[in-house]
Design a protein around this ligand. Structure first.
Ligand code: CA
Length: 228
């Protein structure tokens, strides 16, 4: 699980980062609101911890823009005890929860776990994209009803791409999420795996589109074929 922590007070940011890393989670930290917004638009996080009072840009306006852009990354706000209006506004804007400062990191972790349980409860165990059906808990893939054998890495790649059909995933994002590589090596491993996936899904290979010079996406007209 990958979490973005946005908090300008270095000491608090450090203690949150330490606590979350001890849970085995990947953590990125941003101290400025404007840079946090850029990070949220360029990378995919499972959850964001968002302080409200920030230099550059405040947390509520970040949350507002995310939701306007249909970005539903779970968000937990960090709020001051005195600011009831901010908490209410945050929840109305689509925050998943808030934690009032000062707090114990154990409380924050419990909130994160609760939010993740709720959001994964909404996720169906089957994901259908046109002729493609992924059974997530069983890690099975079917194309037009035919089961396709996949390695763990191939499945992870396909699962990642199908999270948001139509959205372009860059090679760097894919390397980070599927291979956990945090640099931009001159490797063509992503392209090699995409070719393997295309070969395996055979006649439906055009589902995976190349966006020249950027990365890959799942064709959106496939998404529109989703059953009601
Ligand atoms: Ca602050």
């Amino acid at each position: 699980m990958k979490i973005l922590v946005v908090e300008d007070e270095t000491r608090i940011a450090q203690f949150i980062e330490m606590g979350l890393r001890e849970q085995g989670w990947q953590v990125d930290v941003q101290h400025r609101g404007d840079e946090a917004m850029a990070a949220l638009q360029n990378r995919v996080y499972d959850l964001a911890i968002l302080d409200i009072m920030l230099p550059g840009r405040d947390g509520l306006s970040i949350l507002r823009q995310l939701r306007e852009q249909a970005n539903h990354v779970p968000v937990i706000l960090l709020t001051a005890r005195t600011t009831l209006n901010e908490r209410i506004e945050g929840l109305q804007l689509g925050a998943d929860d808030y934690v009032t400062k000062p707090f114990y990191v154990e409380e924050l972790i419990a909130r994160i776990q609760a939010v993740m349980r709720r959001s994964s409860g909404h996720e169906q165990s089957q994901r259908q994209v046109g002729p493609l059906v992924l059974n997530l808990p069983r890690r099975e893939v079917r194309v037009n009803g035919r089961e396709i054998e996949m390695t763990a890495r191939e499945f992870n790649l396909l699962e990642y791409l199908t999270r948001s059909p139509g959205r372009v995933y860059t090679r760097t994002q894919i390397l980070e999420r599927v291979w956990d590589l945090h640099f931009d090596p001159s490797t063509n491993i992503v392209d090699v795996y995409i070719q393997r996936l295309r070969k395996k899904i055979g006649p439906e290979e055009s589902l995976i589109e190349t966006v020249r010079g950027v990365g890959y996406r799942i064709r959106t007209d496939a998404a529109e074929e989703l059953p009601q």
